[in-house]
Design a protein around this ligand. Structure first.
Ligand code: SF4
Length: 401
């Protein structure tokens, strides 16, 4: 097998990881020690690791890879954090600083509806009004007390006026806000990114990013678990963390899911460099690192949805199928990836062709995964009504295949 930049030719020599791989028990989550060994495995051992991960994926959800057809709504790109890898955030005086109006939100959602989108992904900076008087003024003008109040209203607007289902990614949330947003969205998300607190130090990726303190993010994820809100989270690799940190982050997510059962998907996202970010000189993680991390995520959590964005591994994204993903994440036929604007999403026809060429059927899902739907739909109201209208008999999107 030849993978990107890695010519894998098994040497036949027994290796430490080789013996670990031969002792894997299908369906059982691997231990921390096994994960640490596998995430550092040699190129010789990589094919066997990928084979084990792909087999685990097939036991979990055989034959199908899902994606969510979405519109990306950058509600505001003002943010009080300054993550070193972020090209999305703006200060109010920066060119391109913008908070969407309700009319803009609705227009994009309606355009997405025409293209059979079923997800309205709200992405926004974390609590910009705490730092910027301009944002406080914008919110006052719009008639809202905070960015989260405005987000809640925009989720409700999209839910009421269109067939799209909101999936907000607003950063840290209190118990009260998780409860409020869960009334207008079937799922929400917060990337844990990493559990490494060293990345908060001066000059590191999370320097001057108060909302990226791992303990705070874990608290939000835990609160969501207590309220049984289907939650998307994940890790960001290549921002200064070690392979041990990657395993630690995955284990923290697994631990939360074991306690609360609410992690609907784990995203493995790879850092991509951009010329204008503070981390412009930073090396990107290799495709080999990405494949190892995805495979280990699958083996640590054999029965959890594992997602990796195809545009961040283009042009070789189908290799991720070998590593055990079962989902491509949100793909938009309309709006760009505002977080990685230089990496366009693949055309859906291409994605389908390349997924099917590797033996899988591509299916459109809703922003909430099928196994989490019954809990959300059990609460009567507008959200439940909209889900009933959107879902097919397999818990996937009713509209386009
Ligand atoms: S990654 Fe998110 S929290 Fe960090 S600066 Fe960008 S928008 Fe803000």
């Amino acid at each position: 097998m030849t993978l990107t930049g890695i010519t894998v030719a098994p040497s036949g020599r027994p290796s430490r990881c080789g013996s670990v791989l031969s002792r894997l028990r299908p369906g059982l989550p691997i231990s921390r020690d096994t994960a640490l060994c596998l995430i550092r495995c040699s190129d010789d051992d990589l094919p066997e690791l990928l084979e084990a991960a792909r087999a685990a994926k097939q036991s979990f959800k055989p034959g199908v890879i899902t994606y969510s057809r979405k519109v990306f709504l950058p509600l505001t790109n003002l943010c009080r954090d300054y993550c070193g890898y972020c090209i999305f955030r703006r200060d109010p005086s920066d060119p391109g600083a913008h908070t969407m109006t309700p009319e803009e939100v609705l227009n994009v959602a309606r355009e997405g509806e025409k293209l059979s989108c079923t997800e309205a992904l709200f992405s926004l900076g974390d609590k910009p009004e705490l730092l910027f008087s301009e944002m406080r003024e914008t919110l006052r003008h719009l008639g809202y007390k905070s960015t989260l109040h405005y987000l809640e209203a925009m989720c409700e607007l999209v839910l009421r006026e269109t067939s799209l289902l909101p999936h907000p990614n607003p950063g840290l949330l209190s118990a009260e806000w998780i409860a409020r947003l869960s009334r207008v969205s079937p799922s929400m998300g917060l990337m844990l990114e990493t559990t490494n607190v060293e990345l908060l130090r001066p000059g590191a990726a999370h320097d001057n990013a108060p909302d990226k303190v791992p303990a705070k993010r874990l608290r939000t994820l835990e609160e969501a678990g207590k309220q049984k809100v289907p939650f998307t989270t994940g890790l960001l690799i290549g921002i200064g963390e070690s392979t041990e940190d990657r395993v630690g982050t995955l284990l923290a997510i697994r631990n939360l899911h074991e306690r609360y059962g609410h992690i609907q998907e784990v995203i493995v996202q790879n850092f991509r460099v951009k010329p204008t970010i503070p981390m412009a000189g930073w090396p990107e993680p290799s495709q080999g690192e990405m494949l190892r991390t995805v495979a280990v995520a699958r083996l640590l959590m054999p029965n959890v949805n594992i997602q990796a964005p195809p545009n961040l591994s283009a042009p070789y994204y189908e290799e991720l199928l070998y590593a055990g993903i079962n989902d491509w994440g949100g793909i938009s036929p309309l709006t760009p990836d505002y977080i990685n604007p230089e990496k366009p999403w693949p055309h859906l026809d291409q994605l389908r062709l390349r997924t099917e060429a590797n033996g899988f059927k591509l299916r459109q899902r809703l922003p909430v995964y099928p196994e989490f739907l019954p809990g959300v739909m059990a609460k009567p109201g507008l959200l439940s009504d909209k889900l009933h209208a959107a879902v097919d008999n397999q818990g996937l999107a009713r509209r386009a295949a």
